[in-house]
Design a binder for this molecule. Structure first.
Ligand SMILES: Nc1ncnc2c1ncn2[C@@H]1O[C@H](COP(=O)(O)OP(=O)(O)OP(=O)(O)O)[C@@H](O)[C@H]1O
Ligand SMILES: [Mg+2]
Length: 493
């Protein structure tokens, strides 16, 4: 901008010295340079915004449909034609907008050069008459038109700056929108570190609802508009319990009861809406996230592995782990043999696009990852759901060794896995409806006893062992293997 302003200024000065009349004529056309930019800049900015949105939309489709699970779903339930039409439609819109934008750009420049040519013609016309009358030398006129070219070049560039800035503002807007979105979970400035070692976990009258879409996301970032600003219904009500250091607490209950949600409040994936969650006596909101998450090890319901080697997946939990430590963790989680049999052992690439592991194998690898990390508090969400009875017994053994001295929260549909728990909490509809040891709960009767009877029916039931699956929601028919969900339905209200 500076160099363009300077050259325009000097050229004007030189022209004024040569002939003020011609200079005035050429300046009369100056507004004509500003007009096209005025007209085109907002239009180009709008197109830029639309293009970014379409590109984001297209990226979303690609990451969602072209990953392994998405592609598999498309194969099984979709039709290639429909996918093609869909993709063609989106890609077509991206193409069209690119073409439109390029056309606008060309028209903008073409109109600027047209104006410049017209101006040159007018200067020649006016100057020619002056020269014919003898008021102007022909040489001066030629010098003036040469200067004119030098004047309009910088002017064109200057009006282009306006257009560039308008389009760049669109990018800024989108970037700042994201940068300005405050993270929901952040460290307090006076956060303290959680001391290492096993710690008590305490829920003190905790109430919770998931955040509404507009609290955690930006509408402009979602391909499917989240216009839904309704406040979600509470998921947890007045949850109170305490796990002493080294104790094992089990959470059981129907699908959708809120077990996973409870477990997510411990590593502070969300904050309680009321009441407090305490680890080692500290409210988790006053602990540094780094120390809290180092202390809490979680195996989630859908154990995720990165598309990387077994070694890298394990090292993710503990970068400095040696191969020996990895092998002992793998052996303890009962996957050592499996990994040894893989083509490249620890260096086999697993994850969705690598060597596909079964659900149970993935989960055991996730347990090995947890064992390697050796946290003071352990959360297992259905960690044994995918295992057959034999490997379950083996993993159970490994886990009980690994869980010794650790505070643990174990979620299970299969009641056989939680019998040994120090205390069992029965969760239904976001409330703890019963609590006690296995024997106490059985003796007392009620939901737990009912669930237990359903799972351990006398051998007349043909699929006695298949109760581990995640059952349907309450109210749905579980199709025979619904486990707790069905059992819960069987309990009279
Ligand atoms: N991210 C979320 N946003 C909004 N609601 C959610 C979210 N995750 C779960 N819910 C809702 O919270 C309730 C409790 O879900 P949760 O996952 O805790 O159940 P669960 O007891 O672990 O069930 P399951 O045994 O099937 O794993 C459900 O009604 C569910 O729809
Ligand atoms: Mg769950």
């Amino acid at each position: 901008m500076l160099s363009n302003v300077l050259s325009a200024g000097f050229v004007l000065a030189a022209m004024l010295v040569l002939s003020w009349q011609i200079t005035v004529v050429s300046l009369v056309l100056l507004p004509v340079f500003i007009l096209p930019a005025r007209a085109f800049a907002p239009r180009l900015a709008r197109l830029t915004r639309e293009r970014y949105e379409l590109n984001a939309d297209m990226n979303n489709t690609m990451t969602e449909r072209f990953n392994v699970s998405g592609a598999m779903l498309a194969q099984l339930y979709g039709s290639p034609e429909r996918e093609e039409v869909n993709f063609r439609g989106r890609a077509g819109r991206v193409r069209d907008i690119g073409v439109t934008q390029a056309m606008y750009g060309r028209i903008f420049f073409a109109s600027l050069s047209l104006v410049a040519s017209l101006a040159t013609a007018i200067v020649y016309g006016v100057g020619g008459r002056l020269a014919a009358r003898g008021d102007l030398e022909v040489g001066t006129l030629v010098a003036l038109t040469a200067y004119l070219g030098r004047l309009y070049g910088p002017l064109t560039q200057l009006s282009n700056v306006h257009v560039d800035v308008m389009s760049a503002m669109v990018s800024f807007e989108r970037v700042f929108e994201v940068l300005d979105l405050a993270p929901v979970i952040v460290d307090r400035t006076d956060a303290v570190d959680l001391p290492a070692g096993a710690a008590a976990v305490e829920f003190d009258h905790v109430g919770f609802r998931y955040p509404a879409a507009d609290e955690v996301s930006l509408a402009s970032l979602e391909s499917v508009a989240v216009l839904d600003t309704r406040v979600p219904a509470p998921v947890l009500h007045d949850i109170t319990f305490r796990a002493e250091p080294g104790q094992m607490i089990a959470l059981v209950g129907p699908s959708g009861a809120g077990k996973t949600t409870i477990s997510q409040l411990i590593p502070r994936m969300y904050d309680a809406r009321s009441g407090a969650v305490r680890v080692g006596g500290y409210d988790v909101r006053y602990l540094s996230l780094r120390s809290l998450r180092a202390a809490v090890g979680v195996v989630t319901q859908d154990a995720h592995l990165f598309h990387d080697t077994v070694r890298a997946n394990l090292a993710f939990a503990r970068p400095e782990a040696s191969a020996d430590q990895m092998w002992s963790a793998l052996d303890a989680a009962q996957v050592g043999e499996l990994v040894r049999a893989l083509p490249d052992g620890l260096d086999t690439v697993v994850g969705d696009r690598g060597h596909r592991l079964s659900g149970g194998e993935k989960q055991r690898l996730a347990i090995a990852r947890l064992l390697l990390r050796a946290p003071g508090i352990v959360v297992l969400d259905e960690a044994t759901a995918h295992l057959d009875s034999e490997s379950e017994a083996a993993v159970q053994q490994a886990l009980s060794a690994a869980l010794a001295g650790r505070t643990s929260l174990v979620i299970a549909h299969r009641l056989s896995t939680v019998r040994e728990a120090d205390r069992i909490l029965v969760v239904a509809d976001g409330r703890i409806v019963q609590s006690g040891t296995h024997d106490e709960l059985l003796a007392r009767g009620g939901l737990y006893a009912e669930l237990y009877r359903t799972q351990f029916r006398p051998a007349t039931a043909p699929t006695d062992d298949a109760t581990g699956g995640s059952g349907g929601r309450p109210g749905e028919s579980g199709g025979g293997s619904g486990g707790l969900a069905d059992a819960a339905n069987a309990v009279p209200a």
